[in-house]
Design a binder for this molecule. Structure first.
Ligand code: ADP
Length: 480
């Protein structure tokens, strides 16, 4: 099976978020299952610099203006089509904006071009290559499915994965004339969106199947609360809507071999976590005692519920837990958490910043991790927590709801609990969960069982890749 993946980011070449992890991991995980995945990516400088032999397999006049060519190359073990269009992609800064973070004003043109080329390759533009399925990701490649639908590849099954519905690629109606699509596409069932052009909307409309990165998030986005204006359309497409939870890189995140840990361990040698715990106490200036250390590793934002956390820090300390917080983001939240650390010396420690190594030490040394997100398409830190025996305490939303088994009476007695869920995402529910956590932690048999159960959970890409494969097969059966 040949699958063409079209994406603005791919790990390890270019990454701003979880989307890159998915597009980088899937080809590898699918390779052993009879699927050859080729990925079309923009020729950003870091990608163009990563290969020497510049021999394009195809040249293009772009519908949106300018010329481009496509290179078929292998970089870092990934089979790529690189869209070489210097006027669009040879720029300093990030993939979407300049060094100060401001979006490029021609992003619509850049990602329409990527999508046009995706649609053309789907339609057989590169000789000797014909994908069976096209898989797009987020708004930046969503228009691929519109170019397919209004072009030659209308009969090729297509799929779009939504990693975060908050980013939609909405532009004014004025750009429509430059997209090179037929006039009929500017319609309610085409690319038109609230009077302008919606890239993600167009993809959701045209896709044979829509996936999000967890089953619960797939259901949540059907409601006005989570649907961000697209819930009507998503509801209309609900029979073709699926949720597949992301995996994690179980080699990088492996407590048995993790170089960032002071002491490595397995589910059978949990006592060997202790030196990591001491390292956390030292780094966060926490008292040394037997009370649970609960950590937070997060962007400090409203989505992540960090304002809720800030209102309950005193309550968490009063219930007997210590807090180790690593994060950066909203300046007001940083200030509030630093003030809490000053109020509760020895009980709360805060490190402001982004520190990959420290995040590993915390997962390997803390007892629990709190994730009070208001919405969470999938979430990774709870999966790392499971793998490291750092028990997750999560808001019951999106991927958090799908990956953690709450320690209710039945789950505890069946020995299947892996963490604590609370709802709604508010101060009262969070504090109640912390109370349950402290009680469970005081019972070593229960606590160890939860840690081991979490460490047994399959959080690998293999399982997710299997689900994507099932869906690809389903789409192929619809083509026939
Ligand atoms: P999101 O992508 O919405 O921020 P995820 O849970 O999917 O949330 O992924 C967050 C990733 O970023 C995880 O790998 C987490 O460990 C990491 N991370 C977040 N904040 C920090 C930080 N301050 N220092 C180190 N790693 C962090």
């Amino acid at each position: 099976m040949q699958v063409l993946s079209v994406t603005p980011e791919i790990f390890p070449l270019i990454k701003t978020g979880g989307l890159a992890d998915v597009t980088g991991a899937l080809p590898v995980a699918l390779a052993g299952k009879g699927v050859t995945m080729r990925t079309l990516v923009p020729g950003y400088p870091q990608i163009m610099d990563a290969f020497k032999k510049k021999k394009p397999v195809h040249h293009y006049p772009l519908l949106q203006g300018g010329k481009a060519s496509v290179h078929a190359v292998q970089i870092a073990g990934l089979d790529l089509f690189v869209l070489d269009a210097p006027h669009l992609f040879d720029r300093p800064g990030g993939p979407y904006g300049n060094a100060t973070g401001a979006d490029w004003p021609d992003n619509w043109r850049r990602f329409a071009a990527l999508s046009q080329v995706g649609g053309d390759i789907a339609g057989g533009a590169v000789s000797g290559y014909q994908p069976d399925i096209v898989h797009a990701h987020d708004w930046q490649s969503a228009m691929t499915l519109a170019y397919m639908r209004y072009g030659k590849a209308v009969g090729t099954p297509s799929m779009i994965t939504v990693h975060n519905l908050a980013f939609q690629g909405q532009f004014g109606a004025g750009i429509f004339g430059e997209l090179g699509l037929p006039a009929a596409a500017m319609a309610l069932d085409g690319v038109e969106y609230y009077g302008g052009v919606g890239f993600l909307k167009a993809g959701l409309q045209a896709a044979w199947a829509i996936t999000t990165v967890s089953p619960t998030y797939a259901q949540e986005i059907r409601s006005p609360e989570f649907g961000m204006g697209l819930d009507g359309l998503i509801n209309m497409r609900s029979v073709d809507l699926y949720g597949i939870v992301n995996g994690i890189d179980t080699e990088i995140w492996n407590p048995e071999t993790d170089k960032h840990l002071v002491s490595s361990y397995t589910a059978r040698t949990l006592k060997a976590r202790h030196p990591n715990r001491t390292a956390v106490e030292d780094r966060f200036n926490l008292d040394r005692d037997d009370s649970p250390i609960v950590c937070v590793i997060s962007r400090l934002t409203w989505q992540k519920g960090m304002d809720i956390l800030a209102t309950v820090v005193d309550g968490i300390v009063a219930r007997g837990a210590r807090l180790a917080i690593l994060g950066s983001g909203d300046a007001g939240l940083e200030g509030a958490l630093l003030a809490a650390a000053a109020r509760h010396r020895g009980r709360i420690g805060v490190v402001v910043g982004y520190d990959e190594a420290l995040s590993h030490t915390m997962q390997g040394g803390c007892d629990a991790i709190i994730i009070p997100s208001r919405f969470e398409p999938c979430g990774l830190t709870q999966l790392y927590g499971l793998r490291y025996g750092c028990v997750p305490v999560v808001a019951r939303t999106g991927g958090l709801a799908d990956t953690i088994i709450d320690a209710n009476e039945a789950a505890i007695s069946a020995g299947v609990a892996t963490g604590f869920q609370f709802a709604p995402a508010d101060a009262g529910a969070l504090l109640h969960a912390v109370r349950r956590l402290v009680a469970a932690h005081a019972n070593p048999a229960i606590w160890t069982s939860m840690q081991r159960q979490g460490m047994k959970a399959d959080v690998s890409w293999d399982k997710s890749a299997e689900k994507y494969l099932e869906l690809y097969r389903l789409l192929l059966s619809k083509r026939a």
